[in-house]
Design a protein around this ligand. Structure first.
Ligand code: CO
Length: 144
C-alpha cells in the first residue's frame, strides 16, 4: 500500500527565505508552487529524488498552518505518504484505529488526491495520504 515518502512538509514564516535556504544550502530545485486556498496555505515543492520537500506558509491568520506556527513555531508539519489508492489507505488507517481528519479522499495540490490523519492516534505525526494524479477536478500544472 505504502509506496514511498511523497513529501515532508515544513511550516515556515518566510517562504522565500526558506526556499533560498534550501536552494543555497542543498542545491534543491523548486518544481512547483501553488496556493491551496481550501487549506489556507501557499506551498513550494523542492525535488528530493522522487520525493519532495514541501515548504508551507499560511495564506491567512486563521489558516491551520497559521495556528500551527503560533503554537509550535516553525518546523515539521506533516509527512505525506504516497499510496496507490488514497481511499484504500484511508480505510485501512480507519480500521487500524487512526483518527481521521478527512473522512473521504479530497483534491490536494498538483492534481493529487489526499486525506489527512490526525497526529493523535498516529504516534504524534500528522499524516497525509497522497495518491498521484487521480484528481480531475483540481489538476495543477505538471511537474515537467
Ligand atoms: Co502535504
Amino acid at each position: 500500500m505504502l509506496q514511498e515518502i511523497d513529501h515532508v512538509a515544513i511550516a515556515v514564516y518566510d517562504l522565500d527565505a526558506a526556499v533560498s535556504f534550501y536552494e543555497i544550502s542543498l542545491g534543491a530545485r523548486v518544481v512547483h508552487r501553488e496556493d491551496v486556498s481550501s487549506d489556507g496555505v501557499r506551498e513550494v515543492l523542492l525535488r528530493a529524488g522522487s520525493s519532495y520537500v514541501q515548504l508551507l506558509s499560511p495564506l491567512s491568520d486563521n489558516s491551520p498552518v497559521a495556528r500551527f506556527l503560533a503554537s509550535r513555531g516553525e518546523g515539521l508539519h506533516h509527512v505525506g505518504y504516497r499510496v496507490a489508492s488514497c481511499a484504500e489507505a484511508l480505510e485501512s488507517m480507519r480500521r487500524a484505529g487512526a483518527r481521521l481528519i478527512d473522512e473521504a479522499p479530497r483534491p490536494g495540490s498538483r492534481g493529487t488526491t489526499i486525506a489527512f490523519v490526525h497526529p493523535t492516534g498516529a504516534f504524534g505525526t500528522l499524516i497525509e495520504l497522497v495518491e498521484e494524479g487521480a484528481s480531475s477536478e483540481h489538476s495543477g500544472p505538471g511537474l515537467g
